[in-house]
Ligand binder design. Structure first.
Ligand code: OOG
Ligand code: MG
Length: 263
């Protein structure tokens, strides 16, 4: 699908100002119903280039999204997606997250992969993913779709960099071979009450399978994962909403826990 260059810029401005002003907006497919997935990734690229410049930040990794059936059903789609993580999205356990900077945030339990080798090409295997991974760590991703009521189509969410806004990584770094990565049990709680339980098996059967899938998608666009990057492999359960005053904790078997407080 072709949009005029100025339309691309308009969409990018529209989504970036929604993020900056922490305000939800009508989804773009209401105006551009024929938006294709290829075009959505092009818009994502344009948005990311602008965001890097405006926020004077840099890319630190890639996130996968909608890699579990629970998330796909929750969002009414049947395909996984990817977006990019910037340095200014990195949040810390000890630093309260500011509710006022967010629209309608949700937390997701994920496993983070730290790469010590590039991972590129359309035939990347799970074994290659394990081989390239230095550590895995527990993570909480905060997603904050810019779209009204968190409702969107696949192309909308891709253009919006897959709802990315913040991520917190726990301090326990473990070699991927020391764990049964394909079945890590997880409990996520809010203010001490269990809200979600799950397993890393929910992430396309094994998080490394999800990363291998993403490597092949990236290679179609002449890209790949790079040494030193962090990958969020996708939510292991449904996302949960939180508000100011809430503490979210996710505990992972063999990987410890990760938490944040929202102010
Ligand atoms: C899209 C992002 C999904 C995940 O881990 O599945 C995602 C959304 O649900 O808003 O990050
Ligand atoms: Mg996620």
């Amino acid at each position: 699908m072709l949009l005029k260059t100025n339309e691309d810029q308009e969409i990018i401005n529209y989504l970036l100002s929604a993020e900056r002003e922490a305000r939800e907006v009508v989804k773009i497919t209401d105006t551009y119903p024929d938006l294709t997935i290829e075009k959505a990734y092009e818009l994502q690229d344009g948005l990311l280039a602008r965001r890097l410049k405006d926020n004077q930040t840099k890319t630190v990794g890639i996130k996968l999204g909608l890699t579990s059936k629970a998330k796909q059903e929750m969002m009414g789609v049947n395909e996984a997606i990817y977006g990019y993580l910037h340095a200014d999205m990195l949040a810390y356990e000890w630093e309260p997250m500011k509710r006022s900077e967010l629209i309608h945030p949700k937390a997701e339990p994920e496993i983070a992969f730290f790469l010590e080798k590039d991972l590129e090409g359309e035939n990347v295997t799970e074994e290659d993913v394990m081989e390239a991974t230095k550590y895995v760590a527990p993570a909480l991703e905060v997603i904050d779709s810019r779209y009204k009521d968190f409702r969107f189509t696949l192309t909308d969410v891709v253009a919006d960099n897959c709802s990315s806004i913040k991520f917190v990584v726990g301090s326990q770094l473990v070699s991927p071979r020391e764990l049964d990565l394909g079945n890590i049990g997880m409990v996520m709680s809010k203010n001490g009450k269990v809200e979600q339980t799950g397993s890393s098996a929910a992430v396309l059967g094994h998080p490394a399978t999800a990363i291998a899938w993403a490597a092949s998608q990236l290679s179609k666009r002449g890209r790949g994962f790079k040494k030193g990057e962090i990958i969020l492999s996708g939510a292991m359960s449904e996302a949960i909403s939180f508000d100011s005053g809430d503490t979210i904790v996710a505990q992972f078997h063999g990987l410890g826990s990760v938490s944040f407080y929202c102010q």
